[in-house]
Design a protein around this ligand. Structure first.
Ligand code: SF4
Length: 138
C-alpha cells in the first residue's frame, strides 16, 4: 500500500541483479497497480488517530486477510521492509510485524530482496502477458 512516500535508494547495493534496476519510478511502483487493496481503499490499511487494542487488531487482521489474496504480496512486503515503511499494513505485515524484523535485518540485503521480488513479479507478469509489466519496462 502506497502512502505517498518517495523511495530513497540505498547506496552501495551489490547484487546479482543490476543495482540500477528498477531504473524508473514506473518500474519501481509497477506492482502496485495489481494490489488487491486498490479495490478496498487505504482506510483498512492505516490506523486512524488514537486507534489501539482490539479495534486495531481487528482492522489489521482484516487488512492482512486482503493481503493474503493479493498477487503482489511478496514484493509489497519486501518493499516495506527494505524502505522501512513506518505506517500501515504492507504485504501482510503490520507496523509491529515489521518493527519486530528490523533488528536482524541487513538493510542492503533487504534492498536486494526487494529488487529480486520485483524482478520475479515482472517475470511472472510478462509470462502472463500482463500489459502492466510491458508498460513499466518500456
Ligand atoms: S499485499 Fe496488501 S498492502 Fe500490498 S498491495 Fe497487496 S493488498 Fe495492498
Amino acid at each position: 500500500m502506497r502512502a505517498g512516500a518517495v523511495p530513497v535508494r540505498l547506496p552501495c547495493v551489490t547484487a546479482a541483479i543490476a543495482p540500477s534496476w528498477p531504473a524508473s519510478r514506473n518500474e519501481f511502483w509497477s506492482w502496485q497497480i495489481r494490489g488487491a487493496c486498490r479495490a478496498t481503499g487505504p482506510a483498512l490499511f492505516y490506523s486512524p488517530e488514537g486507534e489501539r487494542g482490539a479495534r486495531k487488531r481487528r482492522r489489521e487482521s482484516a487488512a492482512k486477510a486482503i493481503c493474503a489474496t493479493c498477487d503482489v504480496a511478496e514484493v509489497c512486503a519486501a518493499y516495506a521492509l527494505a524502505w522501512r515503511e513506518p505506517y500501515g499494513t504492507w504485504g501482510g505485515l503490520s507496523e509491529a510485524d515489521r518493527e519486530a524484523r528490523y533488528p536482524g535485518l541487513d538493510p542492503v540485503q533487504a534492498s536486494i530482496d526487494y529488487r529480486e521480488a520485483l524482478a520475479a513479479w515482472h517475470r511472472r507478469a510478462e509470462r502472463a502477458a500482463d500489459p502492466v509489466a510491458a508498460r513499466s519496462s518500456a
